[in-house]
Design a binder for this molecule. Structure first.
Ligand SMILES: Cc1cc2nc3c(=O)[nH]c(=O)nc-3n(C[C@H](O)[C@H](O)[C@H](O)COP(=O)(O)O)c2cc1C
Length: 182
């Protein structure tokens, strides 16, 4: 049986998005992939924890897709972590909902890739900045997938670059690792 993937998408204004909108469209066209748009589901910011936990239970892999905001996630995704990843659900007695599953991140950034390294403007790599999510994966005993990213939005990306990234994202979502090199 093929693996079911949940994309938890957190972009506060998809109508103005280029990257995340293109990624979401590519993901939505795939079988066995559910794209769940958090800001659309919860415009008032009040997360239905039981509904989110049911979604997590129904999938084998959970991908967090978002634009980097202040070296972190948009606020509603942080809220999702705080509310949904509860005691008794992913840790503590019976808390095995993510155990043995896979967690991944697809993140877009305004800054270019070469700004994300020691000695450059943003000092840390994307992998280093995403340690809190890697920490979640480790804590809930899930596999942490290699990060998928497209960087340099602030500097202007061509439609072709974004389309190529969306195609690579679709490959990455269905587990083709070579998509990371694209
Ligand atoms: C509030 C806010 C904070 C941001 N913080 C960062 C940041 O820390 N690093 C960065 O590279 N880009 C940052 N950006 C730029 C976004 O990451 C970028 O616009 C986004 O990834 C583009 O994706 P989209 O086309 O889907 O909107 C920030 C943008 C906003 C609105």
């Amino acid at each position: 049986m093929s693996k079911k993937t949940l994309v938890v998408l957190a972009h506060p204004d998809l109508s103005k998005s280029k990257i995340n909108a293109a990624w979401a469209k590519a993901a939505g066209a795939l079988g066995d992939v559910t794209v769940h748009d958090l800001y659309r589901a919860y415009p008032d910011g009040k997360i239905d924890v039981a509904a989110e936990q049911a979604l997590v239970r129904a999938h084998d892999r959970v991908i967090f897709q978002f634009p980097m905001f202040w070296f972190s996630t948009p606020a509603l995704l942080k809220q999702w972590f705080d509310d949904v990843l509860a005691y008794g659900f992913v840790y503590g007695p019976g808390g095995d909902a993510l155990e043995g599953k896979a967690i991944g991140v697809a993140v877009s950034t305004g800054g270019k890739a070469d700004a994300y390294r020691a000695g450059a403007q943003n000092a840390w790599t994307i992998d280093e900045l995403l340690r809190p999510i890697q920490g979640i994966a480790r804590f809930v005993r899930a596999e942490y997938l290699p990060v998928f990213t497209l960087q340099g939005a602030m500097w202007g990306l061509s439609d072709d670059q974004i389309a190529a990234s969306a195609a690579a994202y679709a490959d990455w979502l269905v587990g083709r690792e070579e998509a990371l090199a694209a």
